[in-house]
Design a protein around this ligand. Structure first.
Ligand code: HMG
Ligand code: MG
Length: 297
């Protein structure tokens, strides 16, 4: 099994969408550029959702236009509907991510649609993306629990992940949106999804609300997953997931992987610097343990 793990850095999107501090467009651009310079192979740059819903990322077009895109690095953006797709394409986006959930009520509060309705909404987006040669990632939220419904059946996660894959999403990211999961549950969920979608097409996305994120990542690596979403400095959360705290910190994931003899292509020292810079912009300390330890050294 490959020892290369592809880190999908979601800080500029999943991180900043939920931070209260105002971050200027210039600083958002600098964040993406710094992450690129640190060697991240995928940097989710921003989100073309409705600015009425997520005002923090209303400057998506300016951010995307401003970043110094580097060959070989992917810069996906979130797109909820055709309107978002068109806005993204106007500025030259070549890689998008659509997103839905495994629980109905969360989906309604997040994108104002039930699960099946959201899949229907993606159809024209997928058709356009296929015709334009745009690559598509698909997110499934609430895979280990929902803030409104509580338990989420694994079968529901499998159904939604398989539907996104069948529609043409090349990669499916399984999100523990509220960070409630524990390792055995995470592993069992991944195993079940991998019966319907090839493991090579799966990614895991953990939030650290209960301090379980790194343990969950490890359990899923042992199961064979090789794509991990994380956010520098542990930034973020989801504006429509009550109680959700930050994503697992990229610094912590990279430190763990390198310690296990796995490769990521990421320069940890540069990543730590970027995380500390971001935390200072946000007016707080980094939540990354590795960021604190290495920054203090
Ligand atoms: P809606 O209100 O049902 O949509 O929202 P609408 O079509 O009725 O449009 C309402 C207004 O928004 C209209 O403007 C549209 O033009 C505008 P008005 O006529 O009132 O002036 N609008 C847009 N503007 C710009 N770009 C667009 C767009 N679409 C509509 N793309 C909608 C439906 C999906 C648009 C809305 O619910 C939305 O944008 N939701 C996004 C919420 C969000 O971003 N949540 C966080 C991301 S998900 C997440 O974090 C989880 C994840 O990280 C994985 C995990 O952790 O589990 C991915
Ligand atoms: Mg998330």
């Amino acid at each position: 099994m490959s020892d290369f793990v592809r880190i999908v850095e979601v800080g500029p999107r999943d991180g900043l969408q939920n931070e209260k501090a105002h971050v200027s467009t210039a600083n958002k651009i600098e964040l993406v550029n710094r992450l690129t310079a640190a060697g991240l192979p995928v940097v989710e740059a921003t989100s073309f959702v409705s600015p009425k819903w997520v005002p923090q990322l209303a400057d998506a077009a300016d951010v995307y236009r401003g970043i110094a895109r580097r060959n070989g690095v992917d810069y996906p953006v979130l797109v909820p509907n055709l309107q978002g797709y068109e806005r993204a394409r106007e500025v030259g986006v070549e890689h998008i991510a659509v997103f839905t959930a495994a629980s109905e009520e969360f989906n309604r509060r997040n994108i104002n649609a039930g699960i099946d309705e959201s899949l229907e909404r993606f159809r024209p987006v997928m058709e356009r993306a296929k015709a334009d040669g745009v690559r598509v990632r698909g997110y499934v939220s609430t895979v280990l629990g929902c803030p409104y419904q509580g338990e989420v059946a694994v079968g529901d996660v499998v159904r939604v992940a398989a539907a996104l894959h069948a529609m043409g999403c090349e990669e499916i990211s399984l999100g523990d949106t509220i960070g409630i999961g524990t390792p055995v549950k995470a592993r069992d969920m991944l195993r079940a999804v991998a019966d319907s979608v090839p493991m090579e097409a799966l990614a895991v996305h953990f939030h650290d609300t209960y301090g379980q994120a790194l343990a969950n990542v490890l359990a899923c690596l042992e199961e064979g997953v090789r794509v991990v979403d994380s956010a520098v400095s542990g930034a973020g959360g989801c504006p429509y997931a009550r109680g959700a705290s930050g994503n697992v910190a990229s610094e912590d994931v990279v430190y763990m992987l390198h310690g296990m003899g796995m490769t990521t292509g990421v320069d940890l020292a540069q990543l730590v610097d970027t995380g500390r810079w971001l935390a200072s912009l946000l007016g707080r300390e980094t939540t990354s343990k590795v960021g604190r330890a290495m920054g203090a050294a």
